[in-house]
Design a protein around this ligand. Structure first.
Ligand SMILES: Cc1ncc(COP(=O)(O)O)c(C=O)c1O
Length: 312
């Protein structure tokens, strides 16, 4: 990952040079994590760069803000427009987009009184989050000693800045012990999710994934994988999953905007299935990459070509 080629940032309605996109140290969001964000991918297609499920991402952005009572003073259309302009100005063919809305400077009581609502969008070239080799061969995951917080503690369906300290603890522990990613259990010991991914397991040809009740973020890639699985005729079921379901699975994979569709080949030294990307995972992954790159017309609805959007 590199920020080197970013020339322009969108900040509070304007496109400004990278070096000017700064934040004051008194910003409430810096002290307490009071902010919400999104991660959106823009893929290279025959019609130029295209955003993947941008409407769903900006809907979730607004929904996350609304749970916390933060106001995002831009509509979904305005944010999409800003994102397209930004990608075009930076001349990216493909990139990762990071919109954020955080509480700015105003006061530092825990309640963000009189704090401004600061909205920025960054975009940069970001390859495979868990490595190109991970996409093909699968990754090694550890069950984290840190549990995923319950929705009675923080809204798990919101993508809020401070909530990610839980993920940071988990992934730091996983890296320190030589694993590629952490998998968090929920407070009851059932499978929740990765530090930034949703989980799928496959047993006897049936695909399983867990549900909102299991302390997960409702991933947009998760819902794409479900739709792809159905379109390909797989049986798929959403239900709570136990650690056993994963350890005894034939295949498993993570989904996420950053991680895309990444197979899991090992969990705490226990080999999953044949210890490599399985046939069902490979099929879902292939259709996913065809969809995001505009090669599968069944899923055209998920793409917003940047230049067409600007021209419209
Ligand atoms: C904790 C967590 N779970 C799941 C996901 C996957 O969500 P999506 O597919 O919408 O990126 C993410 C990434 O956004 C995440 O941070």
């Amino acid at each position: 990952m590199s920020f080197e080629n970013i020339e322009w940032i969108w900040k509070n309605g304007e496109i400004i040079p990278w070096k000017d996109a700064t934040v004051h140290v008194s910003a409430h969001g810096l002290h307490y994590g009071s902010g919400v964000f999104e991660g959106i991918r823009c893929y290279e297609t025959e019609s130029g760069p295209a955003l993947f499920r941008v409407r769903e991402h900006y809907e979730r952005f607004h929904a996350s803000a609304s749970i916390y009572g933060f106001e995002i003073p831009y509509s979904i259309e305005e944010l999409t427009d800003a994102t397209c302009e930004l990608i075009s100005r930076n001349e990216f063919k493909s990139c990762y987009v990071r919109p954020i809305c955080f509480m700015g400077s105003g006061s530092l009581g825990v309640f963000p009184r009189n704090c401004s609502s600061e909205v920025s969008i960054m975009a940069w070239a970001w390859g495979a989050y868990l490595g190109a080799e991970g996409l093909e061969k699968g990754i090694r995951v550890t069950v984290s000693p840190w549990r995923k917080f319950h929705s009675s503690m923080m809204p798990t369906t919101a993508k809020a800045c401070g909530q990610y300290l839980n993920s940071i603890l988990a992934v730091s522990d996983a890296f320190a012990r030589g694993f590629d990613e952490a998998l968090l259990l929920d407070v009851d010991g059932r499978l929740a999710e990765g530090s930034g991914e949703n989980l799928f397991v496959i047993k006897d040809g049936v695909i399983y994934t867990n549900k909102a009740d299991d302390s997960i973020l409702m991933g947009i890639t998760r819902s794409a994988a479900i739709e792809i699985a159905k379109a390909e005729g797989f049986e798929i079921e959403a239900k709570s999953l136990e650690l056993d379901d994963l350890l005894n699975a034939d295949e498993a994979f993570f989904t996420g905007t950053a991680a895309e569709i990444t197979p899991i080949r090992e969990v705490d030294e226990r080999v999953i299935g044949a210890g490599r990307r399985g046939a069902v995972t490979e099929k879902i992954q292939t259709v996913f990459f065809d969809a995001v790159n505009g090669r599968d017309t069944r899923f055209e609805k998920w793409l917003t070509p940047v230049e067409e959007f600007i021209a419209a």
